[in-house]
Design a protein around this ligand. Structure first.
Ligand code: ARG
Length: 572
């Protein structure tokens, strides 16, 4: 059950006449300080202002009339107009038993099933994946997992950049400087070398090379047989290299429709927009003027070439006709903000005004010097070598902490801990901000890290190993739940919150809402474990009640981490 949602519904229904009900409902929140209760309703403050009445008077009135049973008794008015809500212990205890039997840990089917397209990862192919691709890939994957868990229909679409100018650069390199033996041995490495060569030439101001590469792109787009056939030859290698990284990260897609897929639709898109009078000629180009933007959106350049924006418009038309989504999310670097604002505006004017577009923007990964993260030689950091390093560093941590495990198992644990650390370090940031990539911090056993959560999970598994009664045994015959120690109650409250946290994370498209909650849960578990002996509890009933709380904590951690794309291990 989503307790927050339940409370909001009841409280919204009781909102005083003339008050914005939705805002009144939104003002119900989990309490910041447990001493004041479990939830608080702060809507009387704004309502008082709107109605010209003292907020405290409204709060007192509401406290008298609100019926929150069977969840909680009447709320307590506090301060200038707040209401504090404390859930009944009996309700909490019953809820714990309901969770024992519930594989979905309290998640109910969505009130309204939505179809959500998530455009994420979407790298420009034929150059190696680097650290810049990490954020879109794992934030998008996590959002897809969360929204799927909530019961929505999610379409994961990898909008590959497989048709852009980088191919012209590679084609130019191929024709002027290819090393066939190197290509035969490692095609992707050779293509990457050619790409870098073209880049270096451009940087060195070699305009002839730049022009030649551009001409290769144009020839590819115009259907030149040689360039098309080379493109067809290069693509499978590039895709295979990408697939290796996705496999390792545990990321999958429902469709991988790259820019090339839309190529033969672009002329038609331009024609339709021109026919509608939305697109006009300007200096030889075809453009769409959008209010509020200085420069118009170019959909056909004066040399006849279509643009990134034209492709994005074709992509929207395709997605709408194929899946009729209610939401399309673009998990893309914040620097493309203007592109998306303009794109969404044009799409709405074009008639796609029933769907909600959302640019899920994120900041940059920084090095310890607070500049974009680079290797020591100033290169962008390759994604594969980054993951390898994460695992190697995790192996050191595992070697130190768990010498009793055999080397093979330690390596397996290191893989899970290393990848988890990298993902979690990213997902636990508010995605809008830049963050500093810091190995020491992300692998710390204490603090807001995957390692800490994975360790809490493993610790619970070890309690069960020592206790002799397995988790399934406890589940099949659960005891009455006792919550009279504040640490037991504190843990139960958090176990109950998973559904509302997932709902909030999905609404804001922010996985860090989930990481914060899991960290909070692990801390509550730690307090519980220190204050409440489990295996040495004072009575067998108490011991079994505490074992239920342990089991629910482990299941919630595992489930929550899974929604971040992170695994757990039984021992570490
Ligand atoms: N390939 C683009 C890049 O690397 C990102 C594409 C994002 N998705 C989209 N539909 N524009 O910058």
């Amino acid at each position: 059950m989503n307790v927050l949602e339940r409370l909001r519904k009841v409280i919204a229904a009781a909102a005083p006449e003339g008050v914005d009900r939705a805002a009144f409902a939104r003002a119900v929140r989990p309490a910041g300080d447990p001493r004041h209760g479990d939830y608080q309703a702060n809507g009387c403050m704004a309502a008082g202002k709107a109605l010209g009445r003292p907020p405290r008077e409204l709060a007192l009135e509401l406290a008298r009339t609100l019926d929150l049973e069977p969840l909680a008794a009447s709320p307590e008015p506090a301060g200038p107009g707040f209401l504090n809500i404390r859930l009944h212990d009996s309700f909490l205890a019953r809820s714990m038993i309901a969770l024992v039997d519930d594989a979905r840990l309290g998640l109910e089917p969505p009130a309204e099933l939505q179809t959500i397209v998530i455009d994420f990862s979407s790298p420009n192919v034929a150059k190696p994946m680097h650290v810049g691709h990490l954020r879109s890939t794992i934030i998008g994957d996590s959002l897809a997992r969360i929204m799927t868990a909530l019961g929505h229909r999610v379409i994961r679409d990898n909008h590959l950049g497989d048709w852009g100018s980088q191919f012209g650069m590679i084609l130019w390199g191929w024709k002027t400087a290819r090393d066939e033996a190197a290509y035969a041995a490692d095609p992707v490495a050779e293509l990457a070398r050619l790409y870098r060569l073209a880049q270096e030439r451009a940087r060195a101001g070699d305009t002839a090379a730049v022009e030649a590469a551009r001409a290769e792109t144009a020839r590819l787009h115009a259907g030149d047989p040689e360039n098309r056939s080379l493109w067809k030859q290069f693509m499978p290698h590039a895709l295979k290299a990408l697939a290796t990284v996705y496999d390792r990260l545990g990321v999958r897609f429902d469709v991988q429709l790259g820019e090339s897929f839309y190529d033969d639709q672009l002329a038609d898109i331009v024609r339709r927009l021109t026919d509608r009078g939305m697109a006009v000629e300007s200096d030889g180009a075809i453009v769409v003027f959008v209010q509020g933007f200085e420069a118009p959106m170019i959909i056909r350049k004066s040399d006849g070439a279509f643009t990134y924006a034209t492709t994005d418009l074709a992509t929207i038309a395709y997605r709408m006709s194929e899946w009729q989504p209610q939401h399309i999310l673009y998990v893309v670097d914040h620097r493309q903000g203007d592109h998306f604002k303009q794109l969404f505006e044009v799409a709405r004017k074009w008639g796609f005004d029933q769907v909600q577009f959302d640019h899920v923007a994120f900041g940059t990964i920084l090095g310890s010097d607070r500049r974009p993260f680079k290797t020591r030689d100033g290169d962008v950091v390759g994604l594969e070598s980054l993951l390898d390093e994460a695992v190697a560093r995790a192996r050191q941590v595992v070697d130190e902490n768990s010498p009793e495990l055999d080397p093979e198992e330690r390596q397996r644990v290191a893989e899970v801990v290393g990848l988890g650390a990298v993902k979690y370090a990213d997902l636990s940031q508010n995605r809008i901000s830049d963050y500093v990539f810091d190995w020491g911090k992300m692998l710390a056993m204490n603090g807001n890290t995957a390692t800490y959560l994975q360790y809490a999970y493993a610790r619970i598994q070890s309690i069960f190993r020592k206790g002799g009664e397995s988790a399934p045994e406890i589940r099949s015959n659960p005891p009455a739940i006792v919550l009279d120690h504040p640490a037991e109650r504190g843990l139960a409250i958090r176990l109950l919150r998973l559904p509302e946290v997932l709902e909030l994370a999905a609404e804001d498209r922010k996985p860090n809402i989930l990481t914060d909650h899991l960290f909070d849960l692990a801390n509550a578990f730690s307090t519980f474990f220190e204050g409440c002996p489990v295996l040495k509890a004072e009575s067998p009933e108490r011991r079994r009640s505490r074992l239920v709380l342990c089991d629910l904590t482990a299941r919630t951690l595992k489930n929550g981490l899974e929604m971040l794309g992170i695994d757990v291990v039984d021992r570490m």
